[in-house]
Design a protein around this ligand. Sequence first.
Ligand code: ATP
Ligand code: MG
Length: 364
Amino acid sequence: MAVSKKKSLVGLDIGSHCIKLVEIEHTKHGRVLRNFGVAATPPNAIVEGSVKDVEAVSAAIKSLFRNLKVRNSNVAVSLSGYSVIAKKIALDRMEESQIEKAIQEEAEKYIPYDISEVNLDFAMVNSKSEAEEVTEGEGESAGPERMEMMLVAAKREIIDEYVELVRAADLNPGVLDVDIFALQNAVEISWEGSEECFAIVNLGAKELEINAISGGVSTFSRDSSYGGAQITEAIMSEFGIDFQEAEKLKLGGIELDKKKREGLEKIVTRTVLAWVGEIKRALDFVASTHADDAIEKIIVSGGSSRIPGFQKYLEMETRISVEALDPFKSLVIDSKRVDPDYLNYMAPQAGVAVGLALRYIDDK
Ligand SMILES: Nc1ncnc2c1ncn2[C@@H]1O[C@H](COP(=O)(O)OP(=O)(O)OP(=O)(O)O)[C@@H](O)[C@H]1O
Ligand SMILES: [Mg+2]
């Protein structure tokens, strides 16, 4: 029997490379995976977290819903990229009525846009009252007189784009989340160490997202323009082939002679080095600002985290153990509806969509 079925949302991760859909039914027997599917994102339709071609993307979403026979039209989607900022801040303890104004002032320090173009949201993450309990937030401690808040700021223009996109696909935007928070939720249900200090790395086609978490709260996050498309594009120019061929070659679907194989290896090595360098710099920064919260694990996700050698190299350089996220791990799989082998293969790419599908319609 379904519990609170009418409130559940379909998780829709609209990436620059592909759109991932997850439908979870919350039942007495646990969370059942009802639907999972992927559709290619039309070329250049999603660029740096912004929707460039509403018509093409909404058509792809519509056919994904049709093919999977999804009936629930309430969806949760997420934002990412430069237009969204998530940051933990510490404020002096104050009356609730004053918080909003103080947050607004504090936010202006971090947001590179005019504050009037931005939608602000915040949540209390820590309210310390014991003098000995001191937590740090990038150099800012929440001492006895301080309170910690998670601040999320998104450009209004981008929010409007996603709402328009979802409506154009004849769907209803129930929740607008942020990639890194959706992933954090997926990790919480599928990884037993989620009480510890750890980092989540999401390596997609065009975005590298890094999120450091301590005691269930994000202490640091960064988005950079790195991803698997760098390799695909380098292959296109090195071998003079188109995008589709280059993707196939990258994924090992084309036999290569020795010279070409070496050429490919060079591209992959060069790119992986740059990714690992970026992640290491971020984690070194976290280590220097949160000395008490040593990161014990890096959970990797995203399609490009499957590039051979990446996880091993990341582990070697950071000296932190690396584990691939399986967001389906704790879900009950209905094998009549979803092929377990396909799920297994796609698991690294499904984290954000699983996290989104865990949300409810009246969630904040
Ligand atoms: N087995 C694999 N080995 C290497 N790369 C892979 C593999 N499978 C998928 N990829 C790459 O992963 C990327 C897609 O991953 P993902 O679905 O996480 O990205 P996205 O969410 O669409 O993009 P973004 O979040 O960057 O906008 C593509 O660049 C694809 O070529
Ligand atoms: Mg993505």
